[in-house]
Ligand binder design. Structure first.
Ligand code: GLY
Length: 256
């Protein structure tokens, strides 16, 4: 069970953030509504939602997941791969301090985005991407090992243009991995029950298991059906305004 989900309100500057999506500018009213619905849905599972104030100096800061990696025992402040996002870590650390006795840091020349990190029970998959470099991955692996977690790397640089590892993968619990087709045959996932996201629904690879619910993005009925048929309780949330800025369900919170 997760006790907490930490979120940050979207800033007025959100439409100025980084994106590769060609889906137009986000509508701010809808962005805020979708954020409220997301927080409400997380809290309905029994989680306590912590809401940080908007940070207009950092348009992408609503994607709070990239600035830290958290477990029940400790937090790691990352060093985001995009220059324009690096200052987000100065805001996230004081927000996490009241909850964690142990806080570690990724340091230069390492870079690491939380979106590249997927926890599956006691194991962490670390994506090597345009944002997370091998040095950042090595630093995180060492921190995890010191704290009795295992980890392995998954290079996604030729995996169909995924921004982050979790753009194309979600651990749903019960030994089940939701996988983008580019990751489906990766040897790292051979021991899991695999649910494969259909090729015309790639965005739906970013689902989120939180407590007893799998959250899935609206508009991807085949993936929704695959998850439901696999026996999971599913709640569908509209993330259209976050998709426009290359974000998704996992990006919007840190969970522990
Ligand atoms: N817009 C989210 C990111 O690029 O990090």
């Amino acid at each position: 069970m997760f006790t907490y989900a930490l979120t940050r309100l979207p800033a007025k500057t959100y439409p100025e953030g980084i994106t590769t999506a060609d889906l137009g500018k986000p509508n701010m009213d809808l962005t805020i509504q979708q954020h409220q619905a997301y927080c409400q849905a997380l809290s309905e599972t029994g989680g306590h939602v912590i809401s940080l104030p908007a940070a207009p100096d950092f348009p992408d800061s609503v994607f709070v997941e990239d600035a830290a990696v958290v477990t029940k025992d400790f937090a790691v402040i990352t060093r985001p791969g995009a220059e324009s996002r690096r200052g987000e870590i100065q805001l996230i650390e004081p927000a996490l301090q009241p909850y964690f006795d142990q806080i570690f840091h990724i340091t230069a020349p390492g870079t690491l985005d939380g979106g590249d990190i997927c926890q599956a029970e006691k194991h962490f998959f670390i994506g090597i991407s345009e944002r997370t470099n091998p040095e950042g991955a090595k630093q995180l692996a060492n921190i995890l090992q010191q704290n009795n977690y295992t980890s392995s790397e998954v290079n996604i640089q030729s995996a169909g243009g995924l921004l982050h590892l979790k753009s194309g993968l979600a651990y749903l619990g019960e030994n089940t991995m939701l996988l983008d087709e580019h990751l489906a045959e990766h040897p790292s996932f051979s021991q899991y029950r695999k649910l494969i996201v259909p090729s015309n629904e790639t965005y739906a690879g970013n689902c989120l298991r939180f407590n007893d619910v799998v959250f899935a993005p609206k508009g991807f009925p085949k993936t929704e059906n695959i998850i439901r048929q696999a026996g999971f309780k599913i709640v569908v949330l509209d993330t259209s305004e976050y998709r426009k800025m290359d974000g998704g369900l996992s990006c919007l919170s840190l969970r522990w």
